[in-house]
Design a protein around this ligand. Structure first.
Ligand code: HEM
Ligand SMILES: *[C@@H]1O[C@H](CO)[C@@H](O)[C@H](O)[C@H]1NC(C)=O
Length: 320
């Protein structure tokens, strides 16, 4: 009996080693043995952060998106500038905008306490995004882990790879397709704009110049966002005017009512190819939730570093 068990263990180890070498994919039980307290440790810190400031849930979810769209989900968004590279934090989509880095630091410290040197910052972003959605009233799901962290990154990659809010529907579809994401994934993931805030500089052109916007909604938003570029650029407005701190399907109801805040939101319901998906999600929250989960898992699969690529950073802000 004893020898049967030890043979089995030996066999399982062999299988794991072979998988590690030949099949560089993410798995659901990646830290099952190496960090059994990972999930409770992350969730506890995320809960505390969101209790302190509800918007933080939105900011943390967005960090995962910005990470995955630039060189894959490799924790690159978290790297501070060094003498050898300028990182992503000062790229146009992130500067004065991306937030939550201190919370990621707190989570990383808490995880290092329970299992030092084991869990990547890229995986911490994935767990944190999942937990944020659930805490704000959205769905939860099993995530795949096993990503490793990039040692370097670049500001120019972030400027090129993260879609701008002035994007057309075709530009968005093209960018998502290049990453293996469909139009349906684009629409479902955009549903993340059911939480969080945007700055006037990112919706000014839409509320003053676009015609695919409800006029009374445009006027309301204009009152907090001066027409002249440079004034009030950082004034905030909720991405979802109805329930800005709940993860629900209200974002899609807004689009159907021409009350999307960003140009890149309203293009999803504009007489184009995404209309039917938006309409479906606006009436059927459970189909939004289930497609959102599918799309989040697909986004999380974008070009991870695995095997001996990358590293497990000790501090999410810098390479070891
Ligand atoms: C379709 C392409 C997308 C564009 C063009 C876009 C653009 C933007 C812009 C301009 C902002 C406001 C930033 C600011 O004014 O400081 C924003 C906020 C946000 N975005 Fe996106 N986004 C896109 C997709 C996504 C995706 C896929 C997610 C997550 C799955 C996401 C999650 C968020 C969240 C949660 C916020 C609010 C953040 C906060 O309040 O701190 N976005 N996005
Ligand atoms: C609106 O469009 C005009 C003409 O293209 C442009 O000059 C102006 O700066 C735009 N205004 C805003 C607020 O984007």
């Amino acid at each position: 009996m004893a020898s049967f068990c030890s043979n089995m263990i030996g066999f399982s180890l062999l299988v794991l080693v072979l998988m590690g070498n030949t099949n560089a994919t993410l798995t659901k039980d990646y830290y099952y043995n190496s960090c059994p307290k990972l999930y409770e440790t992350v969730k506890c810190t995320v809960e505390t952060a969101i209790a302190k400031e509800t918007r933080m849930g939105a900011s943390l979810l967005r960090l995962f998106f910005h990470d995955c769209f630039v060189n894959g989900c490799d924790g690159s968004v978290l790297l501070d500038d060094t003498s050898s590279f300028t990182g992503e934090k000062t790229a146009i989509p992130n500067k004065n905008s991306a937030r939550g880095f201190e919370v990621i630091d707190q989570i990383k410290s808490a995880v290092e306490e329970v299992c030092p040197g084991v869990v990547s910052c890229a995986d911490i972003l994935a767990v944190t995004a999942r937990d944020s959605v659930e805490i704000l009233g959205g769905p939860t799901w099993d995530i795949k882990l096993g990503r490793r962290d990039a040692r370097t990154t670049s500001k120019s990659a972030a400027n090129k790879d993260i879609p701008a809010p002035s994007s057309t529907l075709n530009q968005l579809i093209k960018r998502y397709n290049a990453l293996g994401l469909s139009t349906k994934d684009l629409v479902a993931l955009s549903g993340a704009h059911t939480i969080g805030q945007a700055r006037c500089t990112n919706f000014r052109a839409h509320i003053y110049n676009d015609t695919d916007i409800d006029t009374s909604f445009a006027r309301t938003r204009q009152s907090g966002c001066p027409k002249t570029s440079g004034s009030g650029d950082n004034n905030l407005a909720p991405l979802d005017l109805a329930t800005p701190t709940s993860f629900d399907n209200h974002y899609f109801k807004n689009l159907v009512d021409s009350k999307g805040l960003l140009h890149s939101d309203q293009v999803l319901f504009n007489g184009g190819s995404a209309d039917s998906i938006v309409h479906e999600y606006s009436t059927n929250p459970s189909s939004f939730f289930s497609d959102f989960i599918t799309a989040m898992i697909k986004m999380g699969d974008i070009s991870p570093l695995t095997g001996s690529n990358g590293e497990i950073r000790k501090n999410c802000r810098r390479a070891n």
